[in-house]
Design a protein around this ligand. Structure first.
Ligand code: NAD
Length: 495
């Protein structure tokens, strides 16, 4: 029977949840574990295996063996497709369970997990499954006595290193295209959020994905993530996380086998509201969703509001009203909650530090800024600072919390300069009723995704990734994601 969310909440209360290595032939009896906590009240909800370099070696070896055997890579596209569709059907049966696991593990509001994270996760798997038997190679325009085929082949063993903010969805963004392309995948979830990854890998094996083709290693970045990055037999690492750790993967590749590295990193995304923007009420909803959805623990969080001087007071008035009418801050297990806790004490301290620094640097606190006495006390109210200048830390650095920085401009050129004045370039949105301005500005803003008159990150059909220090080496999502996980071969024939 699929577990309900109430079952998972109860198991979390009884500290019975578990995640650990899923590698053929490994035994968990002697394993070392660490406790995993509910971010809301800091209760122990279960335990996670502390894997090490030996587990990584075993997982990579299993992946290589399956890859060379062809048991996954050389299945016909139709066979791989039907196994992956079976897997996504199993996830559909277990959607409440997966949603509840992300809720208790990451402190994400249950309603978001049920309505967004898990449906999007399942759709990612079915979309890539469906794409498997629709990929074609090319025939080159050679002379008649020659034939040249340009074909795409899976690369081999892929390491997927994941962040904690969207545990199930980031798993899907990496694993679905990598496996669909025929690779073996070793997944390393964030140490704070391993539970849904463990369950999804179990379901994959149940659906028929060979055990060696998809393995899981849990544990810490410095132990397990680094071992994957340095491993001489890993062909690709696809990483999502901070820019700081992303840089390390480039050095790991340089120090080992020049493996391919794909990085999806941080952001400081602008929301630009031009003076000819229409419907401030709708824009206000977008601005709040962009800034505060998932507590601002969102790589493409619209954390900078760059608004024309003439609209600022009206827009800020609506934002403040909306925040007091809705956006309930509370226990993520409550279906009414929109804002849950920060993921862990160190991250909570970092967000509080940014709030203090913004005050010291002269930004004007106009909304929130307080920590609420809920659970273990790591829940921060949606916070807005006005009069943020481009020199301030709040303007330039990723907070990864519910803190919105407001700046103003007078001319279009000034708005574009402000939008581009950070080292990041993941996403941006702009609001205008002038189609020519929309066209100019969307080209001038340096970001991997620009949304016009909406707040949206696109969907599974469109590539997602960053300019500048927000990304490196490729894109998640869309058919473009396959490029991360295949290599190009030319095959010449002559008469
Ligand atoms: P993080 O960089 O701390 O950790 C990410 C992963 O790297 C984890 O699995 C961690 O264990 C591992 N890791 C940590 N130190 C390591 C080391 N020394 N060597 C090897 N691996 C190591 O990031 P996080 O705090 O989990 O996630 C938040 C960050 O992720 C934010 O910056 C956010 O913007 C970014 N993010 C980006 C996207 C995107 O698509 N661009 C999506 C989600 C999150």
């Amino acid at each position: 029977m699929p577990s309900t969310k109430e079952d998972i909440f109860q198991q979390a209360k009884d500290s019975l949840l578990y995640a650990g290595a899923l590698i053929p032939g490994t035994d968990r009896t002697e394993a070392q574990h660490f406790e995993t906590l509910n971010p809301f009240d800091h209760s122990v909800i279960g335990k996670v295996q502390r894997c090490n370099g030996e587990h990584v070696d075993a997982a990579v070896k299993a992946g290589r063996e399956v890859f060379e055997s062809g048991a996954w890579a050389k299945l016909s596209p139709g066979e791989r497709k039907s196994i992956m569709l079976r897997w996504s059907a199993l996830m559909e049966q277990h959607k409440e369970e997966l949603a509840a696991l992300d809720c208790v593990d990451a402190g994400k509001p249950i309603t978001e997990c049920l309505n967004t994270d898990i449906p999007d996760t399942i759709q990612t798997f079915s979309w890539y499954a469906e794409a498997i038997d629709k990929q074609f190679g090319k025939v080159s325009p050679t002379a008649n006595d020659k034939l040249a085929l340009i074909v795409k082949e899976p690369i081999g063993v892929v390491g997927a290193v994941l962040p904690w903010n969207f545990p199930a969805l980031m798993f899907a963004w990496k694993v679905a295209p990598a496996l669909a392309a025929g690779n073996s995948v070793v997944v390393k979830p964030a140490e704070l959020t391993s539970l849904s990854a463990y369950r999804m890998v179990q379901l994959a094996h149940e659906a028929g994905v060979p055990e060696g083709a998809l393995t899981l290693v849990t544990g810490f970045g410095e132990e397990v993530g680094k071992a994957l990055g340095l491993h001489p037999d890993v062909d690709v690492v696809s990483f999502t996380g901070s820019t700081e750790v992303g840089r390390l993967f480039l050095t790991y590749a340089a120090q080992s086998n020049l493996k391919e590295i794909i990085l999806e990193c941080g952001g400081k995304s602008p929301q630009v509201i031009f003076e000819d923007a229409y419907d401030l009420e709708t824009i206000a909803d977008d601005v709040l969703s962009a800034a505060f959805w998932n507590m601002g623990e969102n790589c493409s969080c619209g954390s900078r509001l760059i608004v024309h001087e003439s609209l600022k007071n009206d827009l800020l008035g609506i934002l403040k009203q909306r925040l007091s009418d809705g956006w309930k801050v509370g226990n993520p297990q409550d279906p009414e909650t929109s804002i849950g806790p920060m993921i862990e004490p160190a991250h909570f301290d970092k967000v509080c530090h940014y709030i203090d620094t913004a005050k010291k640097e002269g930004a004007e606190l106009i909304q929130g800024g307080d920590v609420l006495a809920l659970g273990a006390g790591m829940t921060i109210e949606p916070t807005i600072f006005d009069a943020v200048t481009s020199e301030m830390s709040l303007f330039r650095e990723e907070v990864f919390g519910p803190v919105l920085a407001v700046s103003t401009f007078e001319t279009e050129a000034e708005a574009i300069d402000l939008a581009n004045a950070t080292s990041y370039g993941l996403a941006a949105s702009l609001y205008t009723s002038d189609v020519r301005r929309a066209h100019r500005a969307s080209q001038a803003i340096k970001a991997g995704t620009v949304s016009v008159n909406c707040f949206s990150e696109g969907d599974i059909t469109t590539p997602f990734g960053g300019y500048k220090t927000s990304g490196f080496g490729g894109r998640d999502n869309g058919l473009e994601a396959f490029d991360q996980y295949v290599q190009t071969k030319t095959i010449w024939y002559a008469n």
